[in-house]
Write a protein that binds this ligand. Structure first.
Ligand SMILES: [Zn+2]
Length: 199
């Protein structure tokens, strides 16, 4: 019976552990690396190691930051510090930033509640978010995705903070059901933000 060489087997096994690399594509990715120059592979490995070492989470909002404790958004004097937009992931944050409409701060949850996949409140940054709300924040905008998990996450957080003296809103229903901010265009994002309604 045919078997891959031991090192190639090891490479395929490691690549298979990377989520989002569909198992069908793993052989193509392995082939790409084997056909690449030594320098290309060295550079990629060095960049991954470097990113792993220097890119950290902002201690306030959990966005990525490099070399500083706070991310550029939290550290900026231009941002409106009384409004916080709650997103599931940093790429949702980037989608909102690309739209250029929102001038407040963010809070990156790190995903959404999904008990079947073992994602409970303790796996997200919900506790730190609730702690943030004891200061100068007056408005919280939920920009979690329009999926059952995203909605459940927003409802869970809302149940924990409903006694606090802050305005809580969510993006307008213009966000297509089941969609992620990541794939939305600038105009849809701006409309969803400006048309936000009470939670
Ligand atoms: Zn930050």
């Amino acid at each position: 019976m045919f078997e891959l060489s031991p090192t190639l087997q090891k490479l395929v096994r490691q690549l298979n552990k990377v989520p989002y690399l569909a198992s069908k594509n793993v052989y193509r990715v392995a082939m790409y690396f084997l056909n690449s120059s030594q320098e290309q592979v060295d550079q990629l490995c060095r960049t991954i190691l470097e990113a792993k070492e220097v890119v950290k989470q902002c201690t306030i909002c959990f966005n990525w930051t490099e070399g500083q404790e706070l991310c550029v958004i939290c550290a900026s004097a231009q941002r409106q510090k009384t409004t916080v937009c709650v997103v599931e992931t940093w790429y949702d944050l980037y989608a909102l930033e690309r739209a250029g409409e929102f001038k407040g701060l963010y809070h990156v949850l790190g995903g959404s509640l999904c008990p079947l996949e073992g994602m409970g409140p303790e796996n997200l940054t919900i506790e730190p978010l609730i702690k943030r709300l004891d200061g100068s924040i007056t408005e919280l905008i939920f920009a979690t995705n329009a999926t059952p998990e995203g909605e459940a996450t927003a409802s869970y957080i809302f149940s924990k903070i409903k006694d606090k003296q802050i305005t809580v809103s969510k993006l307008a229903s213009g966000v297509p059901t089941g969609s992620s901010l990541e794939y939305m265009d600038r105009i849809t994002i701006c409309k969803a933000l400006s048309g936000r309604r009470p939670f």
